[in-house]
Write a protein that binds this ligand. Structure first.
Ligand SMILES: Cc1ncc(COP(=O)(O)O)c(C=O)c1O
Length: 449
């Protein structure tokens, strides 16, 4: 069964059949829509992919964090088929349908926060973030937004503005006015003169200073951040920073928006990463989720305190496809399976195993500047020199290439692309985990010479 297979490359890459389709692709679609893996997929199960030439890859990118449940889960397939037999898309402004309602009610109950919430649906993470900003502006009657260095929120005009990094936006200015950038508390990349115990106050002071110099808090509608920054390489802010950030939001009537697009649905060892905030009594006012919500069907959600969501008038948010019935049916089954089979625990177990490997490699390979593990959100940052922490994107790119040649697909991250990140499906079994880690170590070892 492909689901339990291990990587096996039997042709040169791309193989002959893949080559044919890739050459057609190169003619038909924009070259800016790049593809990192030289193969064309035939089928996918669990964490494994088989290409049209019979090569077997281990997919530790999982649709960029979309397939936490694993590829081709039979229960999801059945739920989707059952739904398509009845109807695809009644459209929520035209007819009521229970899949939208049941999913919204479910998210209202599982998104952290013991207060009344409401949820509405969109198609992508970017679209949901865009709407979260609209909702925050409407409710607060304020205009400005604070986002963070290293943050990624999407590619629509508003979310591209919120997103940090020239690669995504330099060619498309001007950006939307009223968005301000705070410095994200990235401990590893903080000036070493700042002692670890001073880190939180250092960054909180910087944020407070923005209110002195750049923007009045009276104009700020929301602060948006990822509980762990995804594209930045899985960087987590200290929890005490979040506690203080919440206090600042309360002080100035600013909404706190958690972008859980990449962290949601058990990836970090909890259903939502903001459950770690809840352990400290901190809740976001608006939680945005997408990616693994519907196991590969386009669906995103904005869940907010009831009074915030209810500030909107009819017609102010929505869209033709948001909350499509087939995607909602898939999402209901995803959450049911994740709760029943404790996917959060599966992510924790992966993280514990990964820690053994990463800690050992850190001792052996100087190129590893640091590594990060939160549940099954795993990354390794490469540096040219551990003392200077000079990023080493060449090393990261060699590692990605070497892994790919051996059938292990992982992804890069970080402002300099100096980080490799792993987002394996959470049903990756122990044998597969060990096999993937062994490939990764072989490649890091050979690239370290
Ligand atoms: C944290 C975060 N927010 C938003 C997005 C944008 O989501 P989408 O690509 O579905 O628009 C992403 C995508 O990677 C993400 O990681």
């Amino acid at each position: 069964m492909l689901k339990n297979a291990l990587p096996k490359i039997i042709t040169e890459l791309p193989g002959p059949k893949s080559k044919e389709i890739i050459s057609k692709r190169n003619d038909a679609i924009p070259s800016s829509v790049a593809c990192a893996t030289p193969c064309v997929i035939d089928k996918a199960e669990g964490c494994m992919i088989q290409d049209v030439d019979g090569n077997i890859f281990m997919d530790w990118v999982a649709g960029i964090g979309v397939m936490n449940i694993g590829h081709s889960n039979p229960e999801i397939i059945e739920a989707v088929k059952k739904q398509t037999d009845r109807y695809f898309h009644p459209q929520i402004n035209t007819f009521h349908y229970s899949e939208y309602v049941d999913l919204a009610a479910k998210l209202n109950s599982i998104v952290p926060g013991d207060f009344k919430k409401r949820t509405c649906f969109f198609n992508s993470g970017a679209e949901a973030n865009d709407n979260a900003i609209k909702i925050a502006r409407k409710y607060t009657k304020k205009t400005d937004i604070i986002a963070f260095s290293g943050g990624f929120h999407g590619r629509t005009f508003m979310t591209m503005t919120l997103t940090s990094g020239n690669i995504y936006k330099a060619a498309f200015g001007p950006m939307i006015p009223g968005v301000h950038r705070a410095e994200f508390p990235n401990e590893y990349r903080t000036n070493s003169n700042i002692k670890p115990e001073e880190l939180v106050d250092y960054y909180i002071d910087k944020l407070e200073y923005m209110f002195v110099d750049y923007v009045s808090p009276d104009n700020v509608a929301a602060i948006i951040l990822e509980p762990l920054q995804g594209e930045a390489g899985f960087v987590e802010p200290p929890i005490d920073y979040i506690v203080k950030l919440r206090a600042i939001c309360d002080k100035y009537n600013i909404l706190l928006i958690a972008d859980e697009v990449q962290t949601g649905y058990c990836r970090t060892g909890r259903m939502f990463a903001t459950e770690y905030w809840a352990d400290k009594g901190v809740y976001a006012d608006i939680v945005v989720s997408a990616k693994s919500l519907a196991a590969g069907l386009p669906l995103s959600a904005v869940t907010a305190r009831e009074e915030i969501m209810e500030s909107l008038a009819v017609g102010e948010i929505g869209g033709t496809y948001g909350g499509n019935a087939v995607a909602c049916a898939s999402a209901l089954k995803v959450i049911e399976i994740m709760e029943r089979d404790n996917y959060a625990q599966k992510a924790m177990a992966i993280g514990e195993q990964a820690k053994k490997f990463f800690a050992d490699w850190y001792n052996k390979y100087e190129a590893i500047g640091t590594y990060r593990i939160k549940g099954a959100m795993l990354s390794i940052e490469f540096v040219k020199d551990r003392a200077t922490k000079e990023p080493d994107p060449e090393m990261a790119s060699k590692v990605l290439k070497g892994c790919k040649e051996k059938g292990l697909v992982i992804k890069n991250a970080g402002s300099y692309h100096q980080i490799i990140r792993i987002l394996m499906p959470l049903i990756t079994n122990e044998e597969q985990l060990n096999a993937g880690m062994n490939i990764l170590e072989d490649v890091i070892k050979s690239c370290s010479k």
